[in-house]
Design a binder for this molecule. Structure first.
Ligand code: GDP
Ligand code: MN
Length: 401
């Protein structure tokens, strides 16, 4: 689960990391009021930032600095009118702008290969790290945190030296880098990224200035499977940006991932679902989704899965592949019958049900005129053929293709 920058910053603050103040607003008027408060608190400039769950907001015009309340309001209006990578901007972060001396990158990820939390740092901050990795991979320095003790101070110091931070900033960097790993562990995050981690200049009223490190951006993704351990974090889910199909699937307790093909797949078990997708591909088709209804699914869950599949307009054929263990084949068949009775769109469907109560399932399906398949290869071939003829029919005779 991705969370918004402002929420990610809250989690960094909880671990004592230096984050500039901010407010989240939903209108240009509220942005103006927030900017006025920031100016009253002593800011020379304010920053207005789109809150959307995608990177590259700066490049897309979603981050603007303003020198007075009028400019802040105008910036807010402009950003609220944007769509960034297809996502309409609904919320803004407003706060005092930092006077940036230099931008660094600092991130921690769960590395599944080494089974460690890996901390990455680079002196090439601000730009997208994927770009740095492509153009100048040597500029990214990596270190695996200790599996039990987290990132150790000496490790953090090594990273600091590697990106040219020393002297007065060493202690701050160590605090921030170890805090990043602490944030990850405290929240079961699989990514915590600060880009830019910036060296900012703070100028006092008497004109003297100091430089210190601050987290100007924050990106965190949380491990969905660990959310149950953090009931408070569920509230950070941004329903505005969640795909309606993803939300429906989550509410129905179905593992669903939308893909780009035309063959909707309904399967029980993640391994069988992967196999089914492979066989659809081998038969020359493209799966429209990964869908695992889970073990012991009952008729209502089958009907819910069917609604999810049919909600995708790209689906032109459906392949149902059930291996009855705890799941009972006749229950699934009943669910399919129920679902077809109310479905709004007629899509060809091929059903393969083996295992527990397969005979009862077969009798129900036959009585209700479902197309069935004896083997998985056969099922995949039938589904691909059905999708092809649906595509040909859509093109129509003489469509010139
Ligand atoms: P992203 O583009 O989605 O990663 O958004 P960021 O929060 O990283 O902002 C993009 C860029 O805007 C940063 O790399 C900075 O150069 C600039 N920026 C962000 N916050 C500030 C700020 O407080 N002051 C100034 N001067 N620039 C900022
Ligand atoms: Mn950034």
């Amino acid at each position: 689960m991705k969370i918004q920058e402002a929420d990610a910053k809250s989690l960094l603050l909880e671990q004592g990391l230096p984050v500039p103040a901010w407010e989240v607003v939903r209108s240009a008027d509220d942005a103006r009021a927030a900017a006025e408060r920031a100016f009253a608190a002593g800011a020379d400039l304010v920053v207005v930032k789109a809150q959307v769950l995608v990177g590259g907001r700066g490049k897309a015009g979603g981050v603007k600095v303003a020198a007075d309340a009028d400019a802040a309001e105008a910036a807010a209006r402009a950003i609220l009118a944007l769509e960034i990578k297809g996502i309409p901007v609904r919320k803004l972060l407003v706060g005092p702008a930092a006077d940036i001396v230099r931008e660094y990158y600092l991130g921690a990820i769960l590395d599944r290969v080494s089974r460690r939390i890996v901390v990455m740092a680079s002196a090439e901050g601000g730009v997208e790290i994927e770009e740095v990795a492509r153009v100048n991979p040597g500029a990214i320095h990596r270190l695996a945190a200790h599996p039990h003790l987290g990132l150790l101070d000496w490790q953090a110091r090594e990273l600091a030296f590697a990106i040219g931070l020393g002297g007065a900033h060493l202690r701050d960097f160590v605090r921030i880098a170890t805090g990043l790993v602490a944030t990850m562990l405290a929240n079961d995050a699989d990514l915590v990224e600060v880009n830019p981690l910036a060296l900012v200049r703070e100028t006092a009223a008497d004109g003297t200035s100091v430089e210190r490190l601050a987290c100007l951006d924050a990106k965190i993704t949380l491990d969905d499977s660990a959310l149950f351990r953090h009931p408070g974090l569920e509230a950070l889910r941004d329903l505005d940006e969640e795909d309606p199909a993803d939300r429906q699937a989550r509410e129905d307790g179905i593992n669903f991932i939308k893909l780009d093909g035309s063959i909707g797949c309904m399967v029980n078990g993640a391994g069988l679902a992967m196999t089914t997708m492979d066989l659809v591909k081998r038969a020359g088709g493209e799966p429209a989704n990964f869908l695992d209804i889970g073990g012991g699914a009952r008729a209502d869950k089958v009907a819910a899965a069917m609604r999810l599949i049919l909600a995708d307009p790209q689906v032109s054929a459906i392949l149902v592949n059930i291996f009855g263990g705890i799941t009972r084949g006749d229950e699934v068949a009943r669910g399919l019958i129920e679902a077809r009775a109310v479905q709004t769109r007629d899509v060809p469907m091929v059903v393969r049900i083996v295992g527990t109560n397969a005979a009862e399932a077969a009798a129900l399906l036959e009585a209700n005129h479902f197309a069935t398949a004896a083997s998985l290869d056969d099922a995949a071939a039938q589904a691909v053929a059905a999708a092809r003829s649906a595509a040909a029919a859509a093109d129509g005779p003489g469509a010139g293709r």
